[in-house]
Design a protein around this ligand. Structure first.
Ligand code: IPM
Ligand code: MN
Length: 370
């Protein structure tokens, strides 16, 4: 087995470079303890890439991503006002993120929603609602549905302006992501929550039909069906009832941000976007232009994305666990970035770099002991 990994690093916009700087430190710490070489290649991606190179996902970046074993992507995008300086099709979301997902067909988006028991004070939910913390794996279909369907606008027969956006899935697209949901459920608590809207949408009726076919191969997994609107309520009232959840693209976008709210901050939401050949890793949140350059952004979701890469792309499970453990221990020791603490929670607020320092120090100790 090769012990050299090529990683494309796309720092992105606004807080992207700040949190990326902390995240890539994990590779340095690891390389001190393991006979592994991580070859990182930085590449422009997002709004800054557009201003410098004329494209949000420049050709040179595509090449670097093609050649990499895995891709680490920071958040991209600018404030609404700044985005207006960029043509719609080159704005970071449409010009960079969606093409990246399409290029590597990253159909399965893993979004862990996790708070340890010692971290429940970060949640806006009452402690008695989440006595054991939160531990959910949300699986979101990422390359189909409304995001990638045909789009058109124009003027109709009555002279009215109209817009049309198509929600389309073929059976293979649905099957492949459902299989991921079942496999994950099998490895965890053997319960899969299928989130849909089959009381209204034909696409959900279709989705559920495919699910019934896939389910036959996973007799040990119990499926629980839940409408997406009811799931939103249930996530607030009793998140502990969920373990693995699977859903289509748009539902997953919305419920995963809600999940970030349940944790107390989107800063706690790393993710993995997995395709048949390679995966890319990114925080689920945006680039937070309002706090860029202040060294206060929470790097957890970016560092957590590295942890997911170690496990899922490089099979370095113990090392990945050590990264999670290191971050948890920093929070549990009473430190937090400013997005997470409330005035009365008794935590010490640390900067982006201080959080990184503490995590790397702990990680170093953990890896030594492994
Ligand atoms: C996410 C983001 C993206 C999405 C945007 C930035 C295109 O919100 O990853 O959840 O909607 O998928
Ligand atoms: Mn989103």
């Amino acid at each position: 087995m090769s012990n050299e990994y090529k990683i494309a690093v796309l720092p992105g916009d606004a807080i992207g470079p700040e949190i990326m700087t902390q995240a890539v430190r994990v590779f340095d710490v690891l390389a001190r303890h393991r006979d592994i070489a991580f070859k990182l290649t930085e590449a422009p991606f997002g709004a800054a890439a557009y201003f410098e190179h004329g494209h949000a996902f420049p050709e040179q970046t595509k090449k670097i991503c093609d050649q990499a074993d895995a891709i680490l992507k920071g958040p991209v995008g600018l404030s609404f006002e700044e985005s207006q300086k960029i043509p719609v099709e080159e704005q970071a979301e449409r010009g960079a993120i969606l093409p990246l997902r399409a290029r590597f067909n990253t159909f399965a988006n893993f979004r862990p929603i996790y708070l340890s028991e010692q971290m429940i004070h970060f949640s806006p939910l009452k402690a008695e609602v989440i006595p054991q913390g939160v531990d959910i794996l949300l699986i979101r279909e990422l390359v189909g549905g409304l995001y990638f369907g045909e789009k058109s606008r124009g003027v109709n027969d009555q002279g009215k302006r109209y817009v049309k956006e198509v929600l389309e899935y073929d059976e293979d697209q649905v099957r492949q992501v459902l299989k991921v949901g079942f496999e994950q459920a099998q490895q965890r608590k053997k319960v899969l929550h299928n989130i849909h809207k089959s009381n209204v949408l034909m696409s959900s009726v279709f989705w559920n039909e495919i699910l019934a076919e896939v389910q036959v191969d996973y007799p040990d997994v119990e499926v629980k069906h839940l409408l997406v609107d009811a799931a939103a309520t249930a996530l607030c009232l009793n998140p502990g009832q969920f373990d693995v959840m699977v859903m289509e693209n748009m539902f997953g976008d919305i419920l995963s941000d809600q999940a970030g709210g349940i944790l107390g901050s989107l800063g706690l939401m790393p993710s993995a976007c997995v395709g048949p050949d390679k995966a890319y890793y990114e925080p689920s949140h945006g680039s937070a232009p309002d706090i860029a350059g202040q060294n206060i952004a929470n790097p957890y979701s970016m560092i957590g994305s590295v942890a997911m890469m170690l496990d899922m792309s490089f099979d370095l499970k113990a090392e990945s666990d050590a990264v999670w453990e290191a971050m948890k221990s920093v929070f549990e020791a009473g430190y937090s970035t400013s997005d997470l603490s409330s005035a009365d929670s008794g935590t010490t607020i640390v900067s982006t770099t201080e959080f990184g320092d503490k995590v790397m120090k702990k990680l170093d100790t953990l890896l030594k002991a492994l």
